[in-house]
Design a protein around this ligand. Structure first.
Ligand code: PGA
Length: 248
């Protein structure tokens, strides 16, 4: 039985004070033990403060990105060691916004995944096709390339989470239907089966793209959907807790 994950990606939102308040409301709003994991990913400046707020709670901390070196002359970058120090258990890698605006490639994502695992961070690796690619009918080949690329040279999958996020569904309110999402999730699980054998049964594959408390139940009911990576709806306690409540 795979443990579900609901992860909130706060993107470039919230000051330290706002982040702490949101984290506190989420922590206090959670009811009892569940069969899943709740994760929040504040911006870098708020990680340490949110990490302190969440200490001893059931909510895990994630970063939204990192660099693939432990330390050194890399002005403006943040290392996995620093993320661990701030209390992170997870790190989101290869988000489509990073690929689009910051030129991340399958190769750079792969270097980061390797480094995250070596540092004891669990990567949430994002993949997904653009609108144009879906129309062209190349969704599977795009996702195939991204998954193979991100996981190249990685032997142990225990700590890896994949997030399928169709780019056309991110921040658009245009959620994939549960059937559309499941089709790609099953494809990813089959691909991982091809690469890693029975380990594919244990890997968690999250859906992301316009997830809300009103559409999560249908998505999460699908065989190969193990939770959600949530952007917009994770910025308000009610929206986020409403999603978590549907998973329990
Ligand atoms: P969204 O973002 O929920 O606002 O569509 C999801 C994401 O980018 O992870």
């Amino acid at each position: 039985m795979r443990k579900w994950i609901v992860a909130g990606n706060w993107k470039m939102h919230n000051t330290i004070g706002e982040s702490v308040a949101l984290a506190r409301a989420i922590k206090e709003g959670l009811s009892g033990p569940t069969n899943g994991e709740v994760v929040v990913a504040p911006p870098f400046t708020a990680l340490a403060a949110v990490g302190d707020t969440l200490k001893g709670s059931a909510v895990a901390l994630a970063a939204q990105n990192m660099y693939c070196e432990d330390k050194g002359a890399f002005t403006g970058e943040i290392s996995p060691v620093m993320l661990k120090d701030a209390g992170c258990a997870y790190v989101i890698l290869g988000h489509s916004e990073r690929r689009k605006y910051f030129s991340e490639t399958d190769q750079s994502v792969n270097a980061k995944v390797k480094k995250a695992l070596a540092a004891g961070l669990k990567p949430i690796v994002c993949v997904g096709e653009t609108d144009e690619e879906r129309v062209q009918g190349v969704t599977q080949s795009v996702v195939d390339r991204q998954v193979r690329g991100a996981l190249a040279g990685i032997e142990k999958l225990d700590d890896v989470v994949i997030a399928y996020e169709p780019v056309w569904a991110i921040g658009t309110g245009k959620v994939a239907t549960s059937a559309q999402a499941e089709e790609v999730h099953a494809f990813i699980r089959d691909l991982i089966g091809e690469l890693y054998g029975s380990l594919s049964k244990g890997i968690r594959i999250l859906y992301g793209g316009s997830v809300t408390k009103d559409n999560i139940a249908e998505l999460a009911a699908m065989e190969d959907i193990d939770g959600a990576l949530v952007g917009g709806a994770s910025l308000k306690p009610d929206g986020f807790l409403g999603i978590v409540a549907k998973m329990t």
